[in-house]
Ligand binder design. Structure first.
Ligand code: M6R
Length: 613
């Protein structure tokens, strides 16, 4: 996600902004920018130079040194609009009197942009953010001061935001506010600061406050005044920050993997944001496939690698049940070498967090050459796959730094289920009400995931009991099967232990021969149509001496008696269940790896993005 910083009352404001942006670089970004304000003008410089953007910005802003003591800065991780200079923040209003930086997603930006354009505003970017600058411009034109104009703007926007706004009318003031996206403000005797992340300002002040939803902060040199949405004084709680910068970059977590697991509720919710219209219709803005194209499809083929492949396997169940369309899921490195049968009625869906994995990229190219329609589910805006595909469905998990995919996998499954619901609507295979039930269940996952994550200590206790085990089987059936595959991959990847994922019913066709005392079987038995059959498979391994870890939903006692260890998860509908059932398997892998003293963020022999065949 984007990073923001602001400062007022500092002679070296530009340096503070650039240093802060450097401290935000670790999150990954595609472009960066700063704006400095004075009574005469706003000076703005934006650079879209990938991960060199802040360094390039430092050089490009040298002529602005000492120009102003008030400014805002931004590192952008694109969600709406390409990662180009004209989409980089800060954004300005028509008059150039207002500049702002924003982190989050404005869900109703399209309707607001249409209204603003009709009223004569010129929108200069493709972002969801820019509408805010023009709405604030309208407030100022009505005679409101900046704080009031920000408040009246926030009253009409839906979605998530953390923002910093300034105007030439009052050049020592920065107005900050947030809803859902985090924002901190801080002061010293002479300056005021805002930032999306603590590391950006930690070397300037530790006198910090985390704003609550819809609070508005007015920052001036040496002071901060916080009010609520109605303008009444708000109660604030100072943050007690004992972290150093490195710890702060990990959000206080010991490693990126645990931070990214904790990000999962937000990753799922952000991926859903703004994608169901008020009429209940699922809308995927950059899919670029007409209803006719979608209605004509005869099959869907998912191509992907690793964890993204597992997300595709989960999606197969959703596409087939909801949209009643045949689905093949293929390992991308195999797909193009097997002469697949494709034509214009096939939809090939590449699934890739990075959008750069060469096997998936080549598989998608192959499919296009064969005349298929090609879309990609990617977490990186304008990745190679996104640029080449006919359409894109972006996940909004934010940058993922740990090599082991966690939050991006959950976001991928969410996005693919969204696509399946969209297809079901277009093909008329589900009623409006049925789509609403499934979408609402996806929305409910935010809370379900938070609850699941909160049980990490229970999983740690299981891991501690298994600390001497070296052989693991992960079993699942139906959508629990790809869940099992993902659990096994996570364990192999970060703990270097032998692990295999299997469909429970397949055991007796061979693998049962290797089950013996000492072998651990992790069985996903969380509801779904085949839960009872799954429990029979568990009984088979138990009777051969395996140690059984059973993953079951709250209140389910059906498996009592067969399990050596039980991991409980909150209940969910079966199609959405993998999105939360994967979490305890991530936690199990994590705790086993940490117990073995391993670096969970940088496992041996592996790269985050594989760009060689
Ligand atoms: O960027 P991609 O989603 O295309 O990457 C695919 C795989 O390399 C990736 O999922 C890999 O398996 C992960 N490290 C698993 O945690």
């Amino acid at each position: 996600m984007c990073g923001i910083i602001g400062v007022t009352g500092a002679a070296d404001a530009l340096d503070i902004l650039l240093d802060g942006l450097e401290r935000l670089e670790y999150r990954g970004y595609d472009s960066a920018g700063v704006a400095l304000v004075s009574a005469e003008a706003i000076d703005r410089v934006r650079i879209a130079d990938g991960t060199h953007s802040v360094a390039t910005l430092r050089t490009a802003t040298e002529p602005l040194a000492g120009r102003s003591s008030t400014g805002v800065g931004h590192t952008r991780w694109a969600t709406h609009g390409h990662p180009t200079e004209h989409n980089a923040h800060p954004h300005l209003d028509c008059s150039g009197r207002v500049a702002l930086v924003h982190n989050g997603i404005i869900e109703n930006h399209l309707e607001l942009a249409m209204r603003l354009s009709a009223d004569g505003h010129t929108l200069a970017s493709d972002t969801d953010t820019e509408v805010l600058a023009h709405l604030i411009e309208e407030g100022l034109a009505r005679g409101e001061d900046l704080t009031t104009a920000v408040r009246s703007t926030l009253a009409v926007v839906r979605g998530a935001f953390a923002l910093g706004v300034m105007t030439t009318d009052d050049p020592e003031l920065i107005v900050a506010s947030r809803r859902i996206s985090p924002l901190i403000v801080g002061v010293t005797d002479t300056a005021g600061y805002l930032a999306s992340d603590i590391p950006a300002v930690l070397d300037r002040t530790r006198n910090l406050i985390a704003l609550e939803d819809d609070q508005v902060a007015e920052l001036r040199p040496g002071s901060v005044v916080v009010t609520d949405a109605a303008g009444a004084p708000a109660t604030t709680t100072p943050l007690n920050v004992e972290w150093d910068v490195e710890a702060a970059q990990k959000g206080g977590f010991p490693d990126f993997m645990s931070k990214e697991m904790a990000d999962q509720p937000a990753a799922v919710l952000d991926t859903l944001r703004g994608r169901r219209g008020p009429d209940g219709v699922i809308a995927i803005d950059q899919l670029d496939l007409s209803h006719d194209d979608l209605a004509r499809l005869t099959k869907v083929v998912v191509v992907a690698c690793g964890s993204s492949f597992h997300a595709g396997l989960v999606a197969k169940y959703a596409f087939e049940r909801w949209a009643r369309i045949p689905v093949e899921v293929d390992i991308a490195s195999e797909f193009r070498y097997r002469d697949p049968v494709l034509d214009a009625t096939a939809l090939v869906v590449g699934v890739s967090q990075s959008g750069e994995t060469v096997d998936t990229l080549q598989a998608m190219r192959h499919a296009r050459e064969d005349g298929a329609r090609v879309v990609v589910v990617s977490n990186v805006v304008d990745s190679s796959m996104a640029r080449e595909a006919d359409g894109v469905l972006y996940t909004r998990a934010g940058p993922e730094i740990g090599v082991a995919a966690t939050k991006t996998v959950l976001a991928q499954i969410t996005a693919l289920e969204l696509l399946a619901l969209h297809l079901a609507q277009v093909r008329g295979t589900m009623t409006h009400e049925q789509v609403a039930v499934e979408f609402d269940e996806l929305l409910r996952l935010e809370g379900v995931l938070a609850e699941t994550l909160a049980r990490s200590d229970d999983v740690a206790a299981v891991a501690s009991g298994l600390s001497h085990a070296t052989d693991f089987f992960f079993l699942g059936r139906h959508a629990g099967y790809p869940t099992a595959l993902e659990g096994a991959l996570k364990l192999k990847e970060i703990s270097y232990l032998h692990a295999e994922g299997y469909p429970g019913g397949e055991l007796k066709h061979g693998p049962l021969a290797v089950i013996e005392p000492g072998c651990v079987v992790v069985a996903v038995a969380t509801g779904g149509p085949l839960k009872e059959k799954m429990l029979s498979n568990v009984a088979e391994v138990k009777s051969r001496g395996a140690t059984v870890v059973l993953v079951v939903e709250d209140g389910d006692e059906d498996g009592a008696g067969v399990a050596d260890y039980t991991i409980r998860v909150p209940a969910a509908r079966d199609m959405q269940s993998p999105i939360k059932d994967i979490v305890p398997l991530q936690q199990l892998a994590y705790h086993l790896a940490v117990g073995r003293g391993l670096d969970v963020d940088r496992p041996r022999n592996l790269a985050k993005t594989v760009t060689v065949e």
